[in-house]
Design a protein around this ligand. Sequence first.
Ligand code: ARG
Length: 466
Amino acid sequence: MDARGDRSGHPLWGGRFEGVLAGEMEALNRSLQVDWRLWRHDIEGSRAWARGLRRAGIISPDEATLIDEGLVAVARTLENLAGPEDLPDEDIHSVVERLLTETIGPTGGKLHTGRSRNDQVATDFRLWGKEAIHALRGDLAGMVGVIAAKARESTGIVMPGYTHLQQAQPVPAAHWLLSRAWPLVRDLEHLRAVLGECDVLPLGSGALAGCPFDVDRKALAADLGFSRVTENSMDGVSDRDWAARLVFGAAMTGIHLSQLAEDLVLFSTAEFGFVRLGDGFTTGSSLMPQKRNPDVAELTRGKSGRLLGNLTGILTVLKGLPAGYNRDLQEDKEVVFDSVDTLAMVLPAMSGALDSMTLVRARIGEALRAEMFATDLADHLVRRGVPFRESHHLAGALVRVAESSGRELSELTLEEMRAVHTDFGPEVFEIFDPAASVQSRAVRGGTSAEAVGQQLRALERALAQA
Ligand code: ARG
């Protein structure tokens, strides 16, 4: 079968036209370079539609068999094509139908009975969407798994925790890592909801007003693996909410990855030196021999920009559309494909980078400043009955004493502390132990070894559920 066809006229809607499509209109009209990737779904949907027409008695069993075998042959032809470049057709639906008719003759023209490209493209897109969401969720779950493994490996490492990027309170490194895993678990949950929304069959909606033949849409849905059918044919052909929510989910994941990337960029600087990424995920400089750049993280941070742009893109396409199918909807696919492709590239790279990452225990330990225990100092007095507002003030006064004398908070003498409040006892010096500090915060979601262990188990449960 020759995949190339005749460019003159238009096989799908030529009847009422005398002229051919203007040359200047062709590129704008054509979506094949984008929707090419839907060809398997178009074949799958078409085969199911032919079975539906047969069950409805619109085509004979022999015709149905002929069409089905023809579609299988078309699939073989398309499989052998490198891409759509040489095809003359407007979109993937036109390609499949043309090749079908070229293969089996005029019976091929019966396939489109009761169907429109409007319900067809909506169906193909959702068939693709369900696969894409499954794959994306797999990549996300993989990354959560990598973070959890790193967290498990890092027990015993206590690092500075930051607010306003200022040292705030010590936290286990595992706690920091897991703080970057939970957002991705939420992304997984979001995608599960999107999957449910995508899992609805529009086929049988026709161009906008439904199908005049008695095609059993429930059976069609079961045939194609959809859980439900759309309830309104006009909504069925124009609803792209699931796609917008998928692009939103991708943008949100992009933001989560970008935030994690920023941590990695910062923590791998000479100034911090908390983490070291594997050679496979860093690059050198052509000019400066010492450079070790965290490109994986920077590229990830950069890619979040296009993920956000795609969200603006799809919402803007949908905004203000009148009821029913509008050709603007052809613009829905490129941004969705791009968001999914981008994450399919970024997630494995970031997972690999995290897997390759070592936490530099010595540098992390050196970075812990005694000022971070000022809150523990205040809490020490609280345990002796001093109201927190007062103890906060007193601990602040001690920070000032240390600062003005060029010493760490832990280097003050007991006398200096007692000068501020008589309730300070010699055991106060025990609070300057990072391990004790994190261990003291044992609430659910806190930093003690038990709390972090509980958190890890909760994450593993959430992952298993997802
Ligand atoms: N390429 C079109 C799209 O992606 C297919 C539907 C065309 N429908 C039409 N009435 N021209 O939306």
